[in-house]
Design a protein around this ligand. Structure first.
Ligand SMILES: Nc1ncnc2c1ncn2[C@@H]1O[C@H](COP(=O)(O)OP(=O)(O)O)[C@@H](O)[C@H]1O
Ligand SMILES: [Mg+2]
Length: 401
């Protein structure tokens, strides 16, 4: 069927709730129809797009945060962030909310927590009628590259508030007393303006604690931090991020009302991320499944890196952008990776035919032989032969030895 690739992209965007991508793909289909002379059909799509634009302007997805709830002056681009007095370095960066930011991909538990938080901020009156306030402090923890920082940014954007980001490392000074002063100055600045305060890489504080010479200073710094976190509750929203939840002082941990753990994406989330990171290449579901199968256990940032490497390889080779080309490129990229602990990835890197035998024999992979044949370029009958060959088994033995 003609234009099927675009239709598929539209379906994917719609099913994953990615409205911006869906609109982009509908626009692509409109262009193709125009080129093909289907003027009437193209005009219909044009009207659809126009109507959506209108409703979008009428109903922004942004949560309206009431002025009484987040106090402070309006932060503008002319306002300079506070600096470290010894070095002159900025203590924080400021980002203003952008519209049409694509949502990160969340597990359902994380999605529920984030939606709940935004819902609270959209329903302040209802909460106050029963004597409670929306959540003002959130701690996000999890391994590097799991999307913690982009999630904090996303929350700031959905709330329509500027984000003041301080990396804790940047507050720590080698001059006695300066660290505590930096913390106090940062909070004073954040409390003065309506904003979300993001304390990124919180674990840096814990590293300080390991230095026996610094005991007195650390106590002072942690106390300053606790006092400022307590006082901050009156002013606005605070998000803290850490890679190592166990390193955090329990007293700091307790200061946060909600804790969210972000981990490595599950299969479905991986497929969604892979389709997104391979854009603008149109990726079929089987190709996404193959990538996801090889990249199980990897972080969102790893998936992004691998997909970028695959796209680079395709572009340089001037190869086509279909499933088989993506499959070959993935194998080459994995073969170049220094250490692959995930068995399917190692098998694909070593022997693509053994990999086909592996997925054709794995009921969990759950894709028909014909589709594996199409997506890899091997064809159905070769896939059937490879399945019978059980060629992957010898590699699995080697791997276990
Ligand atoms: N869940 C996710 N959804 C969307 N993109 C993700 C996700 N996890 C990681 N990424 C990608 O990885 C990059 C690094 O994410 P980041 O938020 O900086 O990770 P962290 O702060 O946890 O180390 C992001 O720019 C994004 O492209
Ligand atoms: Mg981060």
């Amino acid at each position: 069927m003609e234009h099927f690739a675009v239709v598929q992209s539209i379906a994917r965007a719609a099913l994953t709730g990615d409205r911006t991508a869906a609109m982009k793909q509908v626009e692509r289909l409109r262009e193709r129809l125009t080129k093909a002379g289907a003027v009437k059909e193209a005009a219909t799509l044009e009207r659809l797009l126009g109507a959506v634009e209108e409703t979008r302007e009428l109903a922004p997805s942004r949560v309206e945060v009431s002025r009484g709830m987040v106090s402070g002056e309006r932060l503008t681009a002319e306002i300079n962030p506070p600096i470290d007095r010894e070095t002159g370095a900025r203590l924080c960066s400021i980002d203003f909310p952008k519209t049409s930011q694509t949502a990160p991909v969340f597990s359902s538990a994380v999605q529920d927590t984030i939606d709940g938080l935004l819902q609270e901020w959209a329903s302040v009156d209802a909460l106050q009628s029963v004597g409670v306030e929306p959540t003002r402090s959130l701690l996000i923890y999890g391994p590097p590259g799991s999307g913690k920082t982009i999630t904090a940014r996303y929350i700031g954007e959905r709330l329509g508030l500027p984000l003041i980001t301080a990396k804790i490392d940047g507050l720590i000074s080698s001059f006695l007393g300066t660290t505590a002063r930096n913390i106090a100055n940062l909070f004073d600045f954040a409390n003065r303006y309506a904003c979300v305060l993001l304390l990124d890489e919180f674990d840096a504080l814990a590293k300080l604690r390991d230095d026996p010479q610094e005991i007195g200073e650390i106590k002072r710094v942690v106390n300053t931090l606790l006092q400022n976190l307590d006082r901050r509750r009156e002013f606005g929203i605070t998000i803290a991020i850490t890679n190592h939840d166990r390193l955090l002082d329990p007293a700091v941990w307790r200061r946060f009302e909600t804790h969210v753990h972000m981990g490595e994406p599950e299969m479905q989330a991986r497929e969604q991320l892979i389709a997104r990171f391979l854009e603008p290449i149109d990726t079929g579901p089987t190709t996404c499944r193959i990538f996801s199968y090889c990249l199980a256990g990897r972080s969102g940032a790893d998936l992004e890196r691998t997909c970028s490497a695959v796209k680079r390889a395709l572009a340089l080779k001037n190869d086509s952008h279909d499933g088989p080309a993506l499959f070959r490129a993935l194998g080459e990229i994995l073969a170049r990776a220094p250490h692959l602990d995930h068995l399917p990835a190692r098998i694909l890197a070593k022997d693509p035919e053994a990999f086909i035998s592996l997925i054709a024999n794995d009921a969990n992979f759950g894709v028909k032989q014909a589709e594996i044949g199409d997506a890899t370029g091997f064809g159905q009958s070769r896939v059937s032969d490879l399945k019978k060959s059980k060629r992957h088994l010898s590699l699995m033995d080697v791997a276990h030895a």
